[in-house]
Design a protein around this ligand. Structure first.
Ligand code: ZN
Length: 429
């Protein structure tokens, strides 16, 4: 897939999903999974309300048809049809008249960005609220208002999507994106688009590892998946939560709780050799669903790949996180970076030098000539020497790349050549 084109395609998927009113349960979430399913064969699971999942329970299902606040003239001054961010997520139904003072107790704005609508939710407690631009709030006049939220909170299901892509081995890479935010492009939809296109790209590539893609509502969805899949969890050898991968900022990688898992080292390696700005931050028990995957009972090697971290850009959780805020070139760059990191974990292995007593004579075997004409001849020679020297079954190719400062791909290519010349064999176990 060419970079520019795939970025455009990811952006198109984001635009397709953008208008849907999603939440942690409900028909908007189901419709989102259905549309993702037109790109990758998604299996959709439904977990009934009330199901106990560790210390949590699946909440009642929330659905909403309409919501508004009308002024004395009967005009909709806040209208769900204009933006689904206007209704606080999981708002209980309400239909009554009230004075401005009472209405205001249930309104949220962002005074510093008076044109933007904030995004708020009220999970796990029954209440209601509206979000609106601060300018709209300032224009509200005293009087009586008609408030309507035509929503339901009833027994139903929590939905999540799963796509399992088998490889040669049962060892798995877990890729997780949250799918519970309404019309927000970077937070939520960019991660969904990236997981979808990552799945499509990996389908076309040879795979030693198996891949499991999860499209889950934040927190409760990840908890529900972990609760329902305890037997699978031990197969997860690497994992990434994908979120906020489309803004113009540089990549950020948040390490797994372990801090030095292969996926942590692979992503850092790729970023270090990319020649551009990036940042790596340590694990903290705050953020996205890595909080659940890295809870101490599981301690899975799951990091989080994003661009500008959550809460570090003013558009975060506001109507300004829109289709213009996510950029095709940033989406494509995020996809390419993660594909490169996954290629490292796919191709990493430890070998044994079959000629460990002094260096083998490389010239006689034509190994120096193999690089003839290459500008990076000295890199090639160094890669051969490093692989021969450190291939004692204890050092993997990624270890060798890190210690030598060489790029993983150069080390991998050197190992392949040495294997062809029967100077290496794969370490057992
Ligand atoms: Zn969010």
């Amino acid at each position: 897939m060419a970079g520019a084109k795939v970025g455009e395609e990811m952006h198109e998927l984001i635009a397709d999903l953008y208008p849907i009113c999603r939440s942690i349960t409900g028909d908007g979430l189901r419709e989102t999974l259905r549309r993702i399913g037109t790109h990758v064969p998604l299996e959709v699971h439904e977990i009934p309300s009330g199901t106990k999942v560790f210390d949590w329970a699946v909440p009642p299902e929330w659905n909403i048809r309409d919501a508004y606040v009308k002024n004395g003239l009967g005009e909709r001054i806040i209208d769900f049809a204009a933006s689904n961010l206007h209704v606080v997520g999981y708002s209980a139904p309400i239909r009554r008249r009230m004075p401005l003072a009472e209405l205001k107790e249930n309104l949220t704005t962002i005074p510093e960005h008076p044109d933007w609508i904030p995004y708020r939710t009220l999970y796990y407690r029954e209440a209601w609220g509206f979000c609106l631009s601060h300018n709209t709030l300032l224009a509200l006049e005293d009087g009586e208002y008609e408030v309507c939220i035509d929503s339901t909170l009833e027994d139903g299901n929590l939905s999540y999507g799963e796509y399992y892509l088998p490889g040669e081995r049962d060892d798995e890479v877990l890729i997780s994106a949250h799918v519970c935010h309404p019309s927000l492009a970077n937070d939520n939809l960019s991660g969904i688009a990236m997981a979808t296109f990552l799945a499509r790209a990996l389908t076309e590539l040879p795979r030693r590892l198996s891949y499991r893609f999860l499209f889950v509502p934040g927190t409760i969805g990840a908890i529900a998946w972990l609760s329902e899949n305890r037997s699978v969890v031990s197969r997860v050898k690497h994992g990434l939560v994908l979120t906020g991968v489309g803004d113009a900022g540089s990549p950020t990688y948040k390490r797994s709780r372990r801090g030095n898992a292969a996926i942590d080292r692979a992503v850092e390696h790729v970023l270090r050799h990319s020649g551009r700005d990036y940042q790596v931050i340590d694990f903290s028990p705050y953020g996205y669903d890595e909080r659940q995957y890295c809870s101490p009972g599981f301690d899975l090697p799951v990091g989080c790949f994003m661009r500008t971290p959550w809460g570090r850009y003013p558009e975060y959780h506001t109507s300004a996180d829109d289709l213009d805020f996510v950029r095709p070139e940033a989406l494509a760059d995020s996809l390419e970076t993660v594909l490169a990191a996954l290629s490292v974990v796919e191709n990493d292995a430890a070998y044994v030098n079959l000629n460990p007593y002094c260096e083998p004579q490389l010239g006689r075997r034509g190994l120096y000539r193999a690089a003839g004409g290459r500008k990076d001849e000295s890199v090639w020679e160094l890669a051969l020497l490093w692989v021969l020297n450190l291939s004692d079954s204890r050092h993997s190719l990624l270890d060798i790349a890190e210690r030598s400062g060489l790029e993983f791909d150069a080390v991998r290519a050197a190992a392949d050549t040495l294997l062809d010349h029967e100077l290496l064999e794969e370490a057992s176990g």
